[in-house]
Write a protein that binds this ligand. Structure first.
Ligand code: SF4
Length: 320
């Protein structure tokens, strides 16, 4: 499918309309500002991104509390170094939606076990194969390793408690399984894609950027973190006709954006998400909402409502 004329310029206008300070304040990435060492930032980013779903006011305190537990041991890297399951107990009182403290403790243990063999950044870089279309397969390989480490951690925790060991991955808690989703199983893996965006994409040169650019991987290979707002707007803009919130849909939207900006397809990701999250675009077509919108000339939703015969966006479902 082809993107509508002038879309890159319209997306740039949308991005320019979001003040840099607002971008950073609205992004959970600002929680990482307390760290300077790259390994601390990367490991903290795993937890912050993992908890970044639902209401911002609900997940930010939980993510911050996780980092406080790590900081009591000298920071995320020190917390995971020399890991024993006892260290995860400080996370047990925490909960965000279906992710409970034990899920966070298992994730920490899995990260610690994997980190002892190879630091996370080096692991992701080693998993990347330039002949692959994007970072999806590399992410899948890393998640598979973390799943194996999570099973080992769960067995160590069961042994410590004198309980029966879990039979395998499928026997682990639902909350943990949601944290270690795999692209190959169809999940959009929104939070892992956001994590990779943070770690790979360079901050915007104008300042106030929401990314860190710490890992030597090509931004062209990133996949868009697909949430309900990005999915809905991508439908309006002709970037996808798919109605499912799958990794395949995220890849299709990213491929369309890559045709507009081959080196940096996620340039407009935050602006698109913010356009929905902020309430600027709710899907309602009205002069109040649409006349000031930078996307109004390319938006099929507005044009369909105006009766010019263009199809509206596809039906789509909420996803985590
Ligand atoms: S023109 Fe209206 S419906 Fe379309 S993206 Fe803008 S605010 Fe949303």
């Amino acid at each position: 499918m082809g993107a509508p004329d002038g879309l890159a310029d319209a997306l740039d206008a949308l991005l320019a309309g979001t003040a840099p300070a607002d971008r950073l304040a609205a992004d959970p990435l600002h929680l990482l500002a307390r760290y300077t060492a790259h390994e601390d930032i990367a490991l903290a980013a795993v937890f912050v991104s993992a908890l970044s779903f639902g209401r911002v006011a609900a997940f930010l305190p939980v993510a911050s509390a996780v980092l406080d537990v790590a900081d009591a041991h000298g920071g995320p890297a020190a917390y995971l170094r020399g890991w024993t399951p006892d260290r995860g107990d400080g996370l047990l009182p925490l909960q965000h939606r279906w992710v409970r403290g034990v899920d966070l403790a298992l994730l920490a243990g899995a990260l610690a076990r994997a980190e002892a063999a190879q630091p996370l950044g080096a692991r992701v870089v080693a998993a990347w194969r330039p002949d692959e279309a994007d970072l999806g397969p590399a992410l899948d390989r890393v998640i598979l390793t973390l799943r194996g480490a999570a099973v080992d951690e769960a067995r160590a925790r069961a042994e410590r408690a004198g309980e029966a060991a879990p039979a395998g991955w499928s026997a682990l808690p639902r909350g943990l399984r949601s944290l270690l989703c795999r692209p190959a199983e169809g999940s959009a893996c929104k939070r892992w894609c956001m994590f990779l965006r943070w770690m790979v994409r360079l901050p915007d040169p104008q300042g106030g950027g929401v990314d860190l650019g710490l890992w030597p991987l090509p931004a062209s290979a990133l996949v868009i973190p697909l949430d309900t707002h990005v999915h809905r707007l991508a439908g309006y803009l002709g970037l996808t006709t798919r109605g499912d919130g799958s990794f395949r849909t995220a890849q299709e939207i990213t491929a369309a954006l890559r045709r507009l900006r081959p080196d940096d397809p996620l340039r407009w990701d935050f602006a698109l998400a913010h356009h929905g999250i902020s309430g600027a675009c709710t899907g309602e077509v009205s002069p109040r909402r649409c006349d000031p919108c930078a996307l109004r000339l390319q938006c099929a939703n507005r044009r369909a409502a105006a009766g010019d015969g263009l199809a509206g966006p596809p039906d789509r479902t909420e996803r985590g």
